[in-house]
Design a protein around this ligand. Structure first.
Ligand code: ADP
Ligand code: 5GP
Length: 203
């Protein structure tokens, strides 16, 4: 059975990392899709786990050779997804979670239409700003850039498959878990393996 593709988009500071950690810890079938990026590593981030951190030259080489299923340039850095890596994972039956902006989500859905798109929303713009500021680690310019980008991203959720509001963390987490389970129960996913159990048998 091929694996599922889940694409998560959320404005920076919404609480995506906060929610994905317990989601993935409780569900060993879920694996995180590791993107390439040219942005510097943040404290605590691990190369090959959070991202593949590459130089701008290496990123350009990957992009120009067609190795990226999708890529964007944002906040002055490149971010992109390796096509072969995704195909290998999905063929191997792994359920992959992608953390992509809305442009990446749109591009990935084109290439993998079976993917489930989930947008996580902050309860308000004021709360988004409070969380982003509270997390720390951003200079005022980058903070302003991420807030402006977040406001633009919040024009996009209407074409996603599912919306999750991260107000109360436990509620948001249970909604994410329900979406993951629902996707796995889709007829298109299950019937190909089940059909032989039932078809052509009269007893
Ligand atoms: P993102 O990964 O979306 O950029 P983070 O997960 O780093 O965001 O969360 C940003 C900040 O908001 C962190 O300080 C986190 O503790 C806080 N946060 C996340 N979810 C909630 C929530 N439901 N209620 C209150 N604060 C939250
Ligand atoms: P951050 O720098 O905070 O890790 O990520 C910034 C933004 O880049 C987030 O909105 C995240 O969803 C997005 N992002 C991370 N990896 C990729 C990727 O491979 N492709 C696209 N399109 N966006 C990505």
């Amino acid at each position: 059975m091929p694996g599922e593709i889940f694409v998560i988009t959320a404005p920076s500071g919404t609480g995506k990392t906060t929610l994905l950690k317990p989601l993935m810890a409780a569900d060993p079938r879920l694996r995180f899709s590791i993107s390439y990026t040219t942005r510097p590593r943040r404290p605590g981030e691990v190369d090959g786990k959070d991202y593949f951190f590459v130089s701008p030259e290496e990123f350009r080489r990957l992009r120009d050779s067609g190795a990226l299923a999708e890529w964007v340039e944002q906040f002055g850095y490149g971010y992109g997804t390796s096509r072969d890596w995704v195909l290998d994972m999905v063929r191997g039956g792994g359920d992959l979670i992608f953390d992509l902006d809305s442009r990446g989500a749109r591009a990935l859905k084109k290439e993998f239409p079976q993917g489930t798109l989930i947008f996580i929303l902050p309860p308000s713009l004021t709360e988004l700003e409070r969380r982003l500021q509270g997390r720390g680690g951003l200079d005022p310019e980058e903070l302003a850039r991420r807030l402006a980008n977040g406001r633009a991203e919040l024009q996009e959720p209407y074409w996603y498959d599912y919306l999750v509001i991260n107000d109360d963390k436990a509620t948001a987490l249970s909604h994410l878990q329900a979406i993951v389970q629902a996707a796995r129960c889709r007829t298109s996913q299950l019937w190909p393996q089940l059909a032989s159990l039932y078809l052509g048998r009269n007893h």
